[in-house]
Design a protein around this ligand. Structure first.
Ligand SMILES: Nc1ncnc2c1ncn2[C@@H]1O[C@H](COP(=O)(O)OP(=O)(O)OP(=O)(O)O)[C@@H](O)[C@H]1O
Length: 603
C-alpha cells in the first residue's frame, strides 16, 4: 500500500467531545485526538486500510441541516499488531454541518481505497455445516463471521446443512446471483459446493462464483493454502477474505470411476494406501481436530503395508530440481508484481495469471523447452482426450482471441463435457507395485534413496526412464507403494506440505508415489513434512502429470480410495484436468507462499 498518497484529512468531534482528525496515509487509517496546547495528537485507532470495512455518514432524516452528523467507522483492527488477533472494531464520530460535503467525499475516497477493484456490499451465500470438525461452526459463525459481514453491510443468505451432500444439492440448484459462496466447515463442504456447481448444465458460469472457506472443519487444507500454516484457523482473516479476496482461478479434475462410470470432481487430492487409512480410518477421532491425521500416519507406518496397484501416468515433468526451480522462479516474479498490485491498483485478476502464459504452461524463460509438454489444449481438458468443449476459462481463451477482436466474444456458460475413459499411449509411464520384492532386496541410502535394477514397467517400453538417463528418484520395479497421493495445492494439512511445487491453475496434477521404506525412515520424514522437506527424499517419487489412471490389484483387501478426503469404492479410476475452471478467493490473489518456495537459491 506504500504508494497510496495522503488524501484529505477530515476534522471530526470525538465521543468525548474532543476535536479529532481522520487521516489516511501510507495504507493506514488513523483516528487522532487533537490537543489544544500544541502537544502531539493522540492516536485512538490505527488500522490498515485493507482491513477497513465501512465508512458511513448517517443521513439527516429528522434532523435539521444545522445538526451534527454521525459518521460510523468499522474495521478489523489488530490491537496486538499481528493478524491472528484481528478484531471487529466499530466506532462513531460526529461531523459538523460545515464539514458534511467534505465528509461525504472523504467516505467515498476511503471506501474506494479500502475496496480497490473489489465489489462492496456483496451478496454472500454462507453454508454452515454444524457437524464439521469439532462441531463449533454455528457459534463461530454467529459470534464472529456474521458480525463482520454485517459491519461491511453484506447481504448474507445463511443456510445450515442438514445432511451429507446437502451443500451439493443447494449449489446445484441456486440462482447464480451470489458474489461469493462461503463455506463454514472443512474441505468436504468446498468439495460438495464445487461438485454441485460443476455438474450443472451452466457449470462454466456457475463456477465463476468464487468460493471462500471459513475454517471450522478438521484439516481445512484450503485455508492452509490460502492463509498459511499459522493462520489456517484464523476466522476473522477468512471472513476478511470473503470481503476483500481476489479471484484465484483453480483447476478441477474429473475423476471417472469404473465400472460404474460415475464422475466426481476433485479440487484437492486423490489418495490411496496409507493416506486413505489415516483420513477415513480416523473419522471417529474428530474430537482431536487435525491431530487425528498425525495419529493415523503413525499407525499407517507401523503397518507399512504395500498398496497393490497399477498406476498409469501421463507425465509432463519428473525432474525435482527443475520443478522446484520453476515454482520458485514464479514466486520471485510474483513478489515483484505484488508491490504493484497493492500500490497501483492493478487488476486483481492479473495476479492469479502471473507466471502462466496464455496456454497455461509456466512462462519462465528457462522453462521454455524443458518443461515442454504444454498441458492446456483448447478443448477444456489437459489430457488431449478431446471431449469437445472449447472454453477452459474466459480469461485465457478470451485473451487468446484478441487477434480476432472484431468478432464479438461470447463466453461459454455451458456444461463440462462428459468424462470418458482415457486411452493411454506409449508416452505414458506405468508403475506396478504387484511385484514388490522383499524389502531387503533393494538397498537404501540414509536419504531414502533406493538402489536396484531400474527396468521400469512402461507401456510400449517407451518411457521417460528408458529414453533418458536415469534420474535420481525414479521408480524402480520391485518397490512397494506405501501411498499414492495426487494433489493440486501445496498443503494437504497444516503438518503436511505434500506437493511443495504445485502451482495454482497450471493444468497439472502433482503426483507423489511413496515407496515402502523402513519404518524409522518414514517416522523421521515427519520432521519437516510441514515444510515440504520430504519432497527431496528419493523414495518419494514426484511427477507432474496431465492425466492418470489407477487400477486396484487387490480389491478384497483395499476397497476404497478418496477424492478430496471423501471415500469411494476403488476398482479403477481415470483422472483428467479442467484447467482454471473454478475459482477461490484469496487475499493476495494466489496461494500462500511457503518458505520452501522462498528459498530461491537452493538446489
Ligand atoms: N448436518 C449434517 N449432518 C451430518 N453430516 C453433515 C451435515 N452437514 C454436512 N455434513 C457432512 O459432514 C462432512 C464433513 O464435512 P467437512 O469435510 O467439511 O468437515 P471436516 O471433515 O471436519 O473437515 P476437513 O474435510 O477439512 O477435514 C461432509 O461429508 C458433509 O457432507
Amino acid at each position: 500500500m506504500a504508494a497510496i498518497s495522503r488524501h484529505q484529512d477530515l476534522p471530526v468531534i470525538l465521543h468525548n467531545d474532543k476535536r479529532g482528525l481522520l487521516t489516511v496515509e501510507e495504507g493506514r487509517l488513523d483516528v487522532l485526538q487533537l490537543s489544544r496546547d500544541g502537544r502531539p495528537p493522540k492516536r485512538l485507532l490505527s488500522t490498515p486500510i485493507r482491513n477497513f470495512l465501512l465508512a458511513k455518514l448517517s443521513n439527516n432524516k429528522g434532523k435539521g441541516l444545522d445538526q451534527n452528523r454521525r459518521l460510523d467507522l468499522h474495521t478489523l483492527g489488530n490491537p496486538s499488531g499481528n493478524s491472528t488477533s484481528l478484531k471487529l472494531t466499530k466506532l462513531h464520530v460526529l461531523v459538523e454541518p460545515i464539514n458534511v460535503p467534505e465528509a461525504e467525499e472523504w467516505c467515498e475516497n476511503t471506501m474506494g481505497l479500502a475496496y480497490k477493484g473489489i465489489k462492496r456490499n456483496k451478496k454472500v451465500l454462507l453454508l454452515v455445516n454444524p457437524v464439521g470438525g469439532k462441531g463449533k461452526a454455528k457459534s463461530i459463525v454467529h459470534d464472529t463471521v456474521l458480525p463482520i459481514l454485517q459491519a461491511a453491510e453484506c447481504q448474507t443468505d445463511l443456510r445450515e446443512t442438514t445432511h451429507r451432500l446437502h451443500a451439493e444439492e443447494i449449489t446445484n440448484s441456486i440462482e447464480l446471483d451470489y458474489d461469493v459462496i462461503a463455506t463454514a466447515s472443512g474441505d468436504g463442504l468446498v468439495y460438495e459446493v464445487l461438485n454441485g456447481l460443476a455438474s450443472r448444465s451452466d457449470a462454466k458460469k456457475a463456477l465463476k462464483i468464487p468460493i471462500a472457506p471459513i475454517p471450522t472443519g478438521s484439516a481445512n487444507a484450503v485455508c492452509t493454502n490460502l492463509f498459511g500454516v499459522k493462520d489456517t484457523f484464523n476466522i476473522p482473516l477468512a471472513t476478511l477474505n470473503i470481503l476483500k479476496g481476489q479471484t484465484l482461478p483453480i483447476d478441477l479434475c474429473s475423476v471417472l470411476l469404473l465400472p460404474s462410470l460415475q464422475r466426481r470432481f476433485c479440487f484437492l487430492s486423490t489418495a490411496l494406501g496409507l493416506m486413505v487409512d489415516l483420513d477415513i480410518g480416523t473419522e471417529h477421532l474428530r474430537w482431536m481436530g487435525d491431530n487425528r491425521f498425525l495419529y493415523g500416519f503413525l499407525r499407517g507406518i507401523a503397518n507399512n503395508k504395500n498398496c497393490k496397484t497399477k498406476i498409469h501416468l501421463k507425465v509432463v515433468e519428473d525432474d525435482k530440481i527443475s520443478m522446484a526451480r520453476k515454482a520458485r522462479d514464479r514466486v520471485k516474479q510474483r513478489t515483484i508484481k505484488d508491490d504493484k498490485v497493492w500500490g497501483g491498483g492493478t487488476n486483481p485478476l492479473v495476479n492469479g495469471m502471473n507466471g502462466l502464459n496464455i496456454s497455461g504452461s509456466i512462462g519462465t524463460k528457462k522453462s521454455e523447452g524443458d518443461g515442454a509438454k504444454t498441458p492446456l489444449p483448447e478443448d477444456g481438458h489437459a489430457n488431449g482426450n478431446g471431449n469437445g468443449s472449447t472454453d477452459t476459462n474466459d480469461m485465457i481463451t478470451g485473451a487468446s482471441r484478441v487477434e480476432g477482436a472484431e468478432k464479438e466474444y461470447v463466453p461459454d456458460h455451458g456444461p463440462i463435457p462428459d468424462a470418458k475413459p482415457l486411452q493411454p499411449d506409449s508416452t505414458w509411464i506405468t508403475i506396478d507395485s504387484s511385484g514388490a520384492l522383499p524389502k531387503s532386496t533393494l538397498k537404501r541410502s540414509s536419504k531414502g534413496s533406493l538402489r536396484g535394477n531400474r527396468s521400469s514397467t512402461v507401456n510400449g517400453g517407451n518411457s521417460i526412464n528408458t529414453q533418458n538417463a536415469v534420474k535420481k528418484g525414479d521408480w524402480i520395479d520391485g518397490e512397494g507403494v506405501l501411498y499414492f497421493y495426487a494433489g493440486m495445492m501445496p498443503w494437504v494439512a497444516r503438518d503436511l506440505m505434500q506437493w511443495p511445487v504445485s502451482i495454482s491453475g497450471d493444468g497439472l496434477i502433482d503426483v507423489v508415489v511413496q515407496s515402502i521404506v523402513p519404518r524409522m525412515m518414514m517416522a523421521n520424514a515427519i520432521t519437516g513434512a510441514e515444510k515440504g522437506e520430504a519432497y527431496w527424499l528419493e523414495c518419494q517419487h514426484y511427477y507432474k502429470v496431465s492425466a492418470f489412471i489407477v487400477e486396484n490389484l487387490d480389491k478384497a483387501k483395499q476397497s476404497i480410495f478418496t477424492i478430496d478426503g471423501e471415500s469411494f469404492p476403488w476398482d479403477t479410476f481415470h483422472v483428467e484436468v479442467h484447467p482454471r475452471i473454478a475459482n477461490l478467493l484469496s487475499l493476495n490473489g494466489d496461494f500462500y507462499v511457503s518458505d520452501f518456495l522462498r528459498k530461491h537459491d537452493e538446489k
